[in-house]
Design a protein around this ligand. Structure first.
Ligand SMILES: CC(C)(COP(=O)(O)OP(=O)(O)OC[C@H]1O[C@@H](n2cnc3c(N)ncnc32)[C@H](O)[C@@H]1OP(=O)(O)O)[C@@H](O)C(=O)NCCC(=O)NCCS
Length: 165
């Protein structure tokens, strides 16, 4: 990993830096969203991160480089299957600042998330990624993740036009 980078649990003082990174991710993903975010969405995210710091089933990690936050990851233990009681740590908000990508910071964040899951006996780690985000897909595949479910969307209007309704 990049020399000097340290991954640790986030503290309330890190929340502004978490929001900056979230905004970097949001800009990247904006063109891939189909559901329009509701007004106040960014404030909701700020509240979510603040609240997450006190929850035992949630981990918020930051990568710090010489006092600057250069990456983050959020993980929440859930029971994703309606047919199983097995838990999964669901990752979201995984982002490394663009100028330090490709130097092992993302891998180090996921390593800590895996440690959190392992210590709590959570047997799976899951995440969603946008299909056109090829860099992200390659990153996750390098770490051993494989696509399991494909969610498909069509707008009702386009579908109705196509089907002649
Ligand atoms: C995806 C992301 C978090 C990866 O972080 P990173 O610090 O650049 O990744 P690392 O340097 O730890 O790379 C780990 C491995 O993944 C591979 N990898 C990382 N990014 C890659 C890319 N864009 N294309 C191909 N492979 C990639 C690396 O080659 C490396 O493999 P190696 O260890 O065998 O050399 C980072 O690129 C990022 O923030 N992207 C924008 C936000 C995003 O898409 N987040 C994911 C949303 S689901």
């Amino acid at each position: 990993m990049k020399v000097g980078v340290r991954v640790r649990r986030a503290t309330p003082e890190d929340v502004p830096a978490l929001i900056d990174l979230f905004e970097e991710l949001e800009k990247l993903q904006r063109g891939w969203r189909v559901f329009t975010p509701r007004p106040g969405f960014a404030d909701e995210v700020t509240r979510k991160y603040r609240h997450a710091l006190g929850r035992p089933d949630v981990v918020v990690l930051v990568a710090e480089d010489e006092g600057e936050i250069v990456g983050m990851a959020h993980g929440e233990a859930r029971t994703p299957s309606r047919f199983s009681d097995e838990r999964a740590l669901h990752l979201s908000g995984v982002v490394v600042r663009s100028d330090v990508r490709g130097r092992g910071v993302g891998r180090a964040l996921v390593r800590e998330a895996a440690r959190f899951a392992s210590e709590r006996g959570v047997p799976w780690v899951t995440l969603n990624t946008f299909a056109p985000n090829l860099g992200s897909t390659e990153f996750w595949e390098t770490l051993g993740f494989r696509a399991r479910v494909v969610e498909m969307t069509a707008s009702t209007k386009a579908l109705s036009a196509r089907l002649g309704e």
